[in-house]
Design a protein around this ligand. Structure first.
Ligand code: SAH
Length: 345
């Protein structure tokens, strides 16, 4: 069975022609799929015969929400979706001034092993399919009734470890006949797979690349992010420079502030030196407490001082607003809890 929702319009057209059908049928089907049709029965402008033939060759799946948590404070909604094989991933809907944004997962679990992150505690279970990434956007919009204008690939998993799938997902969600979400409204976050950043640069997409830097020296970064042994700080930053040269898009660096680990004034100065010549924006994120980890968030005055130090040197730096803190909205925590409690809770 072919995964209908992972196919591009032109692939679907080729399929329909091979079935002896008219090409325009593909567009009708594609439109249904990208509006969240749950079955071929919903496709009322197709004949019964065609629907039956489609059912024989194509798979059309829709995930179910096994958990839905809504923040009383800011309207953030977190979904835990059950996929067709029983695995679960999370998505979070956030209402920002600049648009309604959904944060989606790219893998079930994560192979990267960052010590402060809940998503990677059980390792990688499997990578998602393009349709499973699209479903998170589609069904978050349908279930919440909130029109989505922005997407961030910052949920569970490492998007650049699932490179081909992510590129196909971007093509699908960006397509005019589909959700038509512009590349400039999409951010992709990576822990720093430098080789894939170079490959992505060649595609010259207008999306925003976020790089989870979290420390400016190999000494510190090695202890919290195993990926740094493969791609050390200078290697990563060289890729970031090339990425900017190629795409003209400024890089957004994520920097989780961890008490006593990466938050001192000396480290701020090293970061400033390392970012010289990189078109950067730094996003400071007070660490989210993860039950299994001894790492703690930096104190607010320390975060502010760090921000000020960067700004004094002309590096734009913002402190991320925390949304959904009452629903454990940060990545990987809901799935983790659900799996740990034997899916009973
Ligand atoms: N694998 C990708 C995307 C998923 S993580 C990446 O590493 O960028 C999304 C962001 O949340 C990353 O910047 C990640 O480092 C950060 N993050 C993970 N756990 C966190 C925690 N406990 N507190 C704050 N940020 C965290």
């Amino acid at each position: 069975m072919k995964d209908l929702k992972s196919m591009t319009l032109s692939e679907l057209e080729a399929e329909l022609l091979a079935m002896g059908e008219k090409k325009f049928r593909a567009k009708q089907i594609y439109t249904w799929v990208h509006r969240g049709a749950r079955s071929f029965e919903d496709m009322s402008n197709l004949s019964k015969e065609l629907r039956a033939r489609l059912r024989e060759s194509f798979e059309l799946y829709a995930p179910t929400a096994v958990r839905k948590l809504e923040s009383q404070k800011d309207g953030t909604i977190k979904y835990l979706w059950r996929l067709k094989d029983g695995n679960c991933v999370e998505s979070v809907l956030m209402r920002y001034h600049h648009g309604n944004t959904v944060c989606i997962s790219s893998e079930v679990g994560c192979p990267m092993g960052c010590t402060f992150c809940a998503s990677t505690l059980g390792g990688l279970v499997r990578r998602l399919e393009p349709s499973e990434m699209l479903d998170q956007v589609l069904f978050t919009q349908i279930d919440s009734g909130v029109p989505i204008s922005n997407i961030v690939l910052m949920g569970i998993g490492e998007p650049l470890d699932n490179y081909d799938t992510v590129l196909r997902f971007l093509e699908l969600v960006n397509s005019p006949e589909g959700m038509n979400i512009g590349m400039r409204h999409i951010s992709l976050s990576t822990c720093g797979l430098a080789a894939q950043i170079d490959a992505l640069a060649e595609k010259n997409l207008q999306l925003t690349l976020s790089v989870s830097l979290h420390a400016p020296t190999d000494e510190i970064r090695n202890t919290i992010m195993p990926v740094n042994k493969r791609y050390p700080v200078d290697t990563l930053l060289a890729s970031c420079r090339r990425y900017f040269e190629k795409t003209g898009r400024r890089i957004s660096f994520e920097y989780a502030m961890i008490r006593g680990v990466n938050d001192t004034p000396e480290i701020a100065q090293i970061l400033i030196r390392k970012l010289r010549g990189v078109a950067a924006h730094v996003n400071l994120i007070p660490l989210n407490d993860v039950e299994e980890s001894p790492l703690k968030p930096s104190y607010p005055h320390v975060v502010r001082a760090f921000q000020q130090a960067l700004q004094d040197q002309g590096i734009p730096a913002t402190v991320r607003r925390t949304l959904g803190s009452d629903i454990n909205a940060s990545c990987g925590q809901l799935r983790r809890k659900y799996e740990k409690t034997g899916r009973k809770e």
